[in-house]
Write a protein that binds this ligand. Structure first.
Ligand code: C2E
Ligand code: CA
Ligand code: CA
Length: 744
């Protein structure tokens, strides 16, 4: 674009606009002349007085004498002396010139022969006069449109370089053929003028002319020496010469072309195109025009450089247009990608993210949406959608939610199966509490659907099915199969994982509330999968149980737990370690004998081990379970009942089992300090358990208030993130030692 601008200005295509711009530019800084230059005008009054034309050169001689007497600095004639007149008068003028103290300049009318013919026809003053004067050229070069805007610094007349009249008066040098712009801000009427006859007759105040430059020329209309200018209309040639000289007094102006401002405009163009909104873009466009105008003005007023501003302006206008088009397109795109009612990204936006990774697509469908819409009205229905979206975003880990249908929202889920389930149950719980819309509580029925990959329609369909069946969520068949497939392939890797040491055991502390020491820990397995990172046991334990890998997995954990316990003992830490034993393993003869063998091989005191079992083991086959647990008990291992409260088994039922500990499930513990029902369950469980001689562990303690509550109801142990998350053996050792030091 910059290149286009330069070419355009170089070819003169923008000249006219440039000139049109310069007229107001100069008008805005209009100022009076310096007063250093005075015009002695051969005006109508002088013509009336001195009737015979051409005037006798006596008149000029007298004017030269008068001006000299007044003490002027220079006298310049814009009068043709190229042909001789009466010899007496010629020599009389020559004598006056000879004795003049002021510098005399006489013109040579180096006139261009024609507009295409650059030769000049010389018209030098006659020899007698020439001897006593400097010769300067009077060449007025109107532009193509006939208006005079420039003046040369010098011309080549008959092979001799000569200064122009203006350059001579102002004492400026310069190169021939380099015209300079006339400062048309100068008000021509402010140049002091004196009538020729008045000077000749001495009717003037000589003190006004001391040290001044005087230019003598014709202003009378009859003399015909007149030119059109852009700002001041038609002016006598002598006035134009005077303005040119005035211009040069304050330095030689140069036409500086368009390159500099175009460079500035290029930078401003980038600035405009980077605007984030239409409004800022327009403000930047306007500011750019202003800035360019300021640079243009500064160039002229500070450095006498007259730039071409039009190409730069054109560039800015072009950039602003492009910016507007871009913004318009961006708006269009935004409109297409967003729901008009709620501003949420829509189905197109969902589809446009085709490239993003997606393991599952989750859709959430609002039950009875049409009815809700009718009852609430459009605006409130829109609000409802927005509020639901806020909740979903809160519960889905901040994933962006798309409104894919009037009543359906959807987002991408990139996580494992177990996370998916916990996310969905969390969301289902979140959606159970009513939403407040315009002061009214609205209950929303919501079904979630899971599609494989980016299968949006399938997800929406599954969500509707969940609603129909009254289930919180449902899988689309393909998604379910894919999920299964991922798990099966995981199982294939589990054997290798055990062999490869990809399984790790973390320990979560249990705090003894009597003395605030850590006296036992729970072993929790992790799978550090090479591609999928740390996998939580919920993902692979159920599968391992179904595919008969739970035996080897549990034996691995048991061995690791024994080893770590022994190494803590060696370092002086005495704690009991709990291992989770799946329900189906409890009654497995193979596990039983393998565990017995492991214990007898090891030096660990069996009292240091706890087996955590769930009530489902006991319910399935109460007799076999009781028998198996008794075997463990006889070996010296304590038995702990895990997740108490989630199943159907009552305490009285459980008293037939050889238990020594009860772990209250975290779903009751977590809010026991806030929820009176939960508080009641915890309090009564602690009481009953103590009566049966069992100690009680509360799981999932996350708040200080909860811990306080547990102390008041006499609970024995607390386990949860507040005390410590599951951690590696070394970290557990450090934490337990710290707790012991603090308690001591
Ligand atoms: P669990 O036996 O009920 O283990 C407690 C779970 O609750 C652990 O999850 C633990 O990280 C988590 N937890 C502990 N404190 C808090 C808390 O304050 N807030 C919350 N929100 N959670 C807490 P994890 O490690 O993911 O284990 C999940 C389940 O996997 C365990 O439930 C257990 O049933 C099973 N599991 C873990 N390791 C083994 C193992 O070696 N063998 C067998 N058979 N099952 C295991
Ligand atoms: Ca457990
Ligand atoms: Ca538990």
């Amino acid at each position: 674009m910059a290149l286009l601008g330069v070419t355009a200005s170089a070819t003169g295509a923008t000249d006219e606009i440039e000139n049109a711009f310069r007229a107001p530019f100069f008008a805005a800084q209009s100022h009076p002349a310096s007063g250093q230059l005075h015009i002695v005008e051969m005006d109508a009054a002088s013509l009336a007085k001195i009737k015979r034309w051409p005037w006798s050169r006596d008149h000029y001689a007298r004017v030269v004498d008068r001006l000299n007497a007044a003490g002027v600095r220079s006298i310049t004639f814009d009068v043709d002396f190229s042909s001789p007149s009466e010899p007496v008068a010629d020599s009389r003028l020559a004598a006056s010139l000879a004795k003049s103290r002021a510098v005399i300049t006489l013109p040579t009318f180096g006139q261009v022969a024609g507009s295409s013919d650059m030769r000049t026809l010389d018209a030098l003053p006659i020899a007698v006069l020439r001897k006593h004067a400097v010769i300067a050229s009077v060449a007025v070069l109107p532009d193509r449109d006939g208006l005079v805007r420039r003046m040369p610094l010098g011309t080549m007349t008959d092979g001799v370089p000569r200064p122009s009249l203006a350059a001579q008066i102002a004492g400026r040098g310069g190169t021939v053929g380099h015209p300079f712009p006339i400062d048309s801000a100068i008000e021509p009427e402010s140049i002091p003028r004196h009538s020729f006859v008045a000077i000749e007759n001495g009717n003037f105040d000589p003190s006004r002319l001391v040290g001044k430059d005087v230019l003598i020329g014709a202003t009378a209309i009859e003399m015909g020496d007149r030119y059109a200018t852009s700002r001041h209309g038609v002016l006598p040639g002598v006035v134009i010469q005077a303005m040119a000289a005035e211009t040069l007094y304050s330095g030689t102006p140069v036409e500086a072309g368009s390159a500099f401002l175009l460079l500035a405009a290029t930078l401003l163009t980038i600035w405009i195109l980077l605007a984030a909104s239409r409004k800022t873009g327009l403000v930047r466009g306007a500011a750019s025009l202003f800035l360019l105008a300021m640079l243009h003005w500064l160039g002229w007023s500070a450095a006498r450089m007259l730039f071409d501003i039009v190409p730069a302006f054109a560039m800015i206008l072009g950039a602003t247009m492009i910016m507007l088009v871009q913004q318009f397109q961006a708006d269009q795109r935004h409109r297409r990608m967003h729901d008009t009612r709620t501003g949420l990204p829509n189905r197109f936006a969902f589809d446009s993210r085709m490239g993003d990774p997606a393991i599952f697509t989750i859709a959430a469908t609002i039950g009875g949406y049409e009815r809700l819409e009718t009852v609430l009205g459009d605006t409130k229905a829109d609000q409802l959608i927005c509020r639901i979206t806020e909740r979903l975003t809160m519960g889905n880990g901040g994933e962006s939610v798309f409104r894919v249908e009037d009543r359906a929202l959807a987002w991408i889920f990139n996580g494992e199966q177990d996370e998916l389930k916990s996310t969905l149950s969390g969301l289902a719980a979140l959606m159970r509490s009513p939403l407040e819309i315009g002061g009214r509580m609205v209950d929303v029925q919501m079904g979630f659907g899971i599609g494989q990959g980016r299968a949006l329609s399938e997800a929406v369909h599954a969500a509707s099915q969940a609603l129909q069946k009254g289930e919180p969520w449902s899988y689309h068949v393909a998604a379910e199969e894919a999920a299964l497939e991922r798990e099966i392939s995981l199982m294939g890797e589990l054997d290798a994982a055990i062999a490869d040491n990809q399984l790790e055991v973390l320990y979560q502390p249990k705090l003894a509330l009597a003395d605030d020491r850590i006296t036992s820990v729970e072993a929790l397995v992790r799978w550090n999968h090479p591609e999928r990172g740390f996998l939580r046991p919920d993902l692979f334990i159920p599968m391992a149980e179904e595919t008969d890998r739970i035996n080897s997995l549990t034996l691995f954990v048991l061995q690791r737990t024994i080893d770590d316990n022994l190494s803590w003992r060696a370092k002086g830490l005495q704690v009991r370690s709990a291992v989770n034993i799946s329900a189906r393993l409890v009654v497995s003869a193979a596990f039983l004998s393998a565990a017995e063998a492991m214990l007898s091989r090891s030096t660990i005191p069996p009292e240091n081990l706890i087996f955590e079992v769930t009530e489902s083991a006991a319910i399935a086959d109460p007799k076999a379970a009781a028998a198996a647990l008794t075997r463990f008990r006889d070996m010296g291992v304590s038995i702990s009942m895990d997740d108490y409260g989630t199943g159907q088994a009552s305490l009285t039922y459980l008293k037939n089992l050889p238990l020594s500990e009860l772990k209250i499930d975290r779903s009751f513990v977590q809010f026991a300090h806030r929820d009176s029902g939960d508080a009641m369950l915890v309090r009564s469980t602690v009481g009953l358990a103590h009566e049966l001689g069992l100690s009680v562990v509360a799981e999932g303690v996350e708040d200080e208030e909860c811990l306080e509550f547990l102390r008041t109801v006499g609970c024995d142990y607390a386990q949860g993130y507040l005390i410590g998350k599951p951690m590696p053996a070394e970290a557990l050792f450090a934490l337990a030692r710290e707790a012991r030091r603090a308690a001591a």
